[in-house]
Design a protein around this ligand. Structure first.
Ligand SMILES: NC(=O)c1ccc[n+]([C@@H]2O[C@H](COP(=O)([O-])OP(=O)(O)OC[C@H]3O[C@@H](n4cnc5c(N)ncnc54)[C@H](OP(=O)(O)O)[C@@H]3O)[C@@H](O)[C@H]2O)c1
Length: 276
């Protein structure tokens, strides 16, 4: 498994996303993911499944230090003091000790960055997380947040796939030695996977469209991806991306799909995204 090193954190390049996985399905798929080789699991307070993610991890029997677990604090709970309270609840729910990475899930324009980044650091000092970072921050916000933060911010988790350029974020991540953790990395399993360019490269390698897209992501320095599935076959498929390589020409032609500017996750409270 490729590891992304960022400001002292070691993040496995493929992780399991768990949005919308609930109850027993969630716990079982987490256990199975670990059994087939996943070493990185992504959850969030907002997903309402931290307890089941923790159950799945414990049922796998994996040694704690062999697994990288991320959770995120929802944007209504990132004011000073609220964030630490929410982080304590998260750690209690997952019940595997401190998480590896604690993220602010979305910025909140009504809360000063100093307060939320200050509290994120307080959560780390309290021993709730080994590393801290953010999600859905713009490149300018990354510059500001990095200047404020006492401990390094090790990642920005953002939507990233071939139909959405994240050049500005990748630049900011390089400036601050951060990872870009790609969410919706296979475009939520929609038309990206049907695109003739992706289909053609998949045929050429005898691989699936999802594998080609994930491979394109993790071939980039600093980029990890967290595809989600509730299907055991796809669980294996999405992890099996380390034994083939795209040619330079294939990599470039997939990158050209960014002209589609397809942003799939864009709620009303999203920040003013970087121009692409
Ligand atoms: N920070 C944030 O604000 C944020 C926002 C969105 C997501 N996330 C995180 O990122 C994770 C992934 O993003 P996502 O869930 O939006 O989208 P995604 O991983 O790009 O796509 C998931 C969808 O693709 C299907 N799928 C999975 N593997 C496939 C394959 N090999 N071939 C074809 N289809 C496949 C899944 O269906 P089946 O289950 O039927 O396989 C599911 O419907 C989330 O689960 C969450 O952990 C974070």
């Amino acid at each position: 498994m490729k590891i992304i090193e960022a400001s002292g954190a070691r993040i496995p390049a493929i992780g399991l996303g768990t949005y919308q996985l609930r109850g027993e399905t969630c716990a079982n798929i987490v256990t199975e993911a670990i059994e087939v080789g996943y070493r990185h699991i992504d959850t969030a307070r907002m997903y309402g499944n931290e307890r089941e993610v923790g159950e799945g991890i414990r049922a796998s029997g994996i040694e704690r230090d062999k697994l990288f677990v991320t959770t995120k604090i929802w944007h209504d709970s990132i004011a000073a003091k609220d964030l630490v309270t929410s982080a304590r609840e998260a750690v209690e729910a997952i019940a595997i000790g401190p998480v590896d990475l604690l993220l602010i899930h979305w910025p909140n324009a009504d809360i000063p960055l100093e307060d939320s980044i200050g509290d994120l650091n307080a959560a780390r000092r309290e021993g709730l997380a080994h590393h801290i970072g953010v999600a859905n921050f713009t490149s300018a916000m990354l510059d500001d947040a990095s200047a404020i933060s006492e401990a390094p911010l090790v990642c920005n988790q953002v939507e990233y796939h071939p139909m959405l350029s994240q050049e500005a974020i990748l630049g900011a991540c390089a400036r601050h030695d951060m990872a870009l953790v790609a969410y919706s990395p296979i475009g939520q399993g929609r038309d990206l996977l049907e695109h003739p360019t992706i289909q053609g490269v998949a045929r050429a390698h005898g691989r699936s469209p999802a594998q080609v897209v994930l491979r394109w992501e993790i071939e980039q320095p600093r980029v990890a991806a967290i595809p989600r599935t509730s299907n055991p076959d796809r669980l294996r498929e999405n992890l099996d991306v380390f034994s083939f390589e795209l040619t330079g020409e294939e990599h470039r032609s997939i990158g050209e799909l960014a002209t589609r500017r397809q942003r799939l996750v864009n709620p009303g409270f999203a920040p003013n995204w970087d121009r692409v």
